[in-house]
Design a protein around this ligand. Structure first.
Ligand SMILES: Cc1ncc(COP(=O)(O)O)c(C=O)c1O
Length: 386
């Protein structure tokens, strides 16, 4: 081949995701993997059984409808009504996707032109940078800073230019655990309305909130017609391998996102769609139980990390806790995470990979607590060796 690099230059520098690198390291070293955010126990047995039943009874084994099966679209619309009082038409305002990941990709590819600017809170989930790049758009980070990781709303305002097309939100926020307050969301919404911006909001951790509550920005005045809300079944129901996600938005926005989506996967996860429809209708006790369980795990890991000498930033939501390694005499999170399996048999994620402004994240390290108590206790015991 000639001198031209094989990888499209838009993807230059995106390399292998940190999750692949760190999960491979965990396997190679037999370490406890507190890196990638997937639970080590499956979701409700009756939901797993619903998926198996769907396969065995031939529901969804062939291409399901492009927008998703009607049963699931209806259940998604009911969920938005039940938890947030948001009304969506299952036929025109709901789209089923291959996880939130595809929803993010389809939304950004559909809504952005090359050169458009996208403001996103950094540290950002790694697929945002890749999808903005694939769309030929430009990411403009608003840095969430220690110790509280709140967005500076004046700074946000100052980042808006005539080229700004879209605000990309994530609440509850991975990796910081920040849950945007009604006041913050109101300020973001006012800015969006004033500058006629679109909002894409990734709410996959909507049910994992430990202090306060989750508020969808789509519910604020003037936002329904300009907001693409994204969520998925992975985190809420502990079936991250099923990859069933969804978009709720006005009909014109859903039509735009669907146009991109149909050429990405066309459809996915037929039988799982039936099971997720059941899952979304689980009683309140399920959602409350998930939260209580994860709050206990958060406290268990956060206390253990504090005892091991980390500075711990208590997350309000998600199943991640961000720490600073400076009190351990360490400076570089990437180096620290690469050496951690050898030093004490634990894998974590260096937050710096989620930043453009790398100085702001250099000494920060993320651990997940969606693991069984005994796994967390063993990880904490090992980390005391530091
Ligand atoms: C913020 C955020 N968005 C999206 C996803 C991916 O969701 P899904 O597995 O439904 O594609 C994740 C997974 O870790 C995430 O943390």
């Amino acid at each position: 081949m000639g001198a031209r690099p094989l990888l499209n230059r838009r993807l230059d520098g995106l390399g292998t995701t940190i999750f692949a690198e760190m999960s491979a390291l965990a396997t190679a070293t037999g370490s406890i993997n507190l890196g990638q955010g997937f639970p080590d126990t499956d979701g409700p047995a009756e939901i797993a059984r619903a998926a198996a039943d769907a396969v065995l009874s031939g529901r969804g084994n062939q291409y399901p409808p492009g927008p998703g099966i009607p049963e699931l679209r209806t259940a998604i619309a009911e969920h938005q009504q039940r938890f947030y009082g948001l009304g969506y038409d299952p036929d025109t305002e709901v789209l089923v996707t291959a996880g939130a990941t595809e929803a993010i990709a389809a939304a950004l590819l559909a809504l952005l032109e090359p050169g458009d600017e996208v403001i996103a809170f950094e540290p950002f989930y790694d697929s945002y940078a890749a999808c903005i790049a694939m769309a030929g758009a430009v990411r403009v980070p608003l840095t969430l800073r220690t110790p509280d990781f709140r967005p500076d709303l004046d700074e946000l305002r100052s980042l808006v230019t005539p080229r700004t097309r879209l605000l990309l939100l994530n609440t509850p926020h991975n990796p910081t655990g920040t849950v945007l307050t009604p006041a913050e969301l109101t300020a973001v919404a006012a800015l969006a309305v004033e500058h006629d911006l679109l909002v894409v909001t990734d709410e996959v951790y909507e049910h994992l909130v430990f202090s306060g509550a989750h508020y969808p920005i789509a519910a604020l005045p003037g936002m329904r017609e300009r907001t693409v809300s994204i969520s998925s079944a992975g985190k809420t129901f502990s079936f991250t391998g099923w990859k069933v996600g969804w978009v709720t938005a006005s009909a014109p926005l859903v039509a735009a996102v669907r146009t991109a989506k149909q050429y990405l996967t066309y459809v996915s996860a037929g039988p799982f769609q039936y099971a997720v429809a059941d899952a979304l209708r689980l009683p309140d006790e399920y959602f409350g139980g998930l939260r209580t369980d994860l709050r206990r795990k958060r406290d268990l890991l956060a206390d253990g990390l504090t005892a091991a000498g980390f500075e711990v930033f208590q997350p309000q939501g998600t199943y991640f806790v961000t720490t600073d390694i400076t009190p351990l005499g360490e400076k570089d999170g990437l180096e620290f995470c690469r050496s951690l399996p050898g030093r004490c048999g634990v894998v974590a994620i260096p937050n710096v990979v989620f930043y453009d402004n790398t100085e702001a994240g250099r000494s920060l390290v993320r651990f997940t607590f969606c693991k069984q108590d005994e796994v967390l206790l063993e990880a904490v015991r090992r980390l005391q060796r530091l």
